[in-house]
Design a protein around this ligand. Sequence first.
Ligand code: CA
Ligand code: CA
Length: 218
Amino acid sequence: MSTGRRVLTSLALVLASGAALADSVVFLDGFESYSSGSILNWTPPVSSPWTLSNGTIDLIHTGNYALSASAGLDLLNGQSFFLDMDGSTHQAGLLDLHNILTPGQQYQLDFIVSGNQRGNIGYTTSDTVDVALLQGSTAISLVNTTLAHNAPWQIQNATFTYQSGDIIRFRDLGSTDNVGYLLDNVRISAVPEPISMVMLGFLGAGMLGVRKLKGKKQ
Ligand SMILES: [Ca+2]
Ligand SMILES: [Ca+2]
């Protein structure tokens, strides 16, 4: 292989590896595998990376309680189960995700949410989706948005850099009427590092070498 072709092959490999990293999903939970039916005041199993405190959430199977999963947005991990983030004890719980990420790495968090779907039958007409990165006693807001009860399923996302011990906390801010926003398909992907300056320098030197070789041949 000529030097020029080697340099181009190296560039192609670098670009290809970047494209692969952009799609590197490190966590995905569509809540499909926990139960065969709805569970009010659901407790995540100890074997899961989730913990729940200070209140409750419900695991809902589509069709129960007049609730439905997303149409078209839930393709990644099934369309049956999702969470109602204000359970059935008049206190919305704190749902925490921890110990699944690498310190120092940048990540993108995606998830889908809908309004509570029942504001038209006497419950709150909106709920606030609040997601934060807890670093010790500091809370960094990742998503804070208020959804009308009839807001359709939609994607929310945020990027963050994970530090050791950080917790990602989902909650329905201020909701105490047993009817909260609906959550599904929590996905975390590693954000690829940009091509380093060292690599660019290597490529530049390689291209310079090609030019010199061509110059000698002429
Ligand atoms: Ca689901
Ligand atoms: Ca509510």
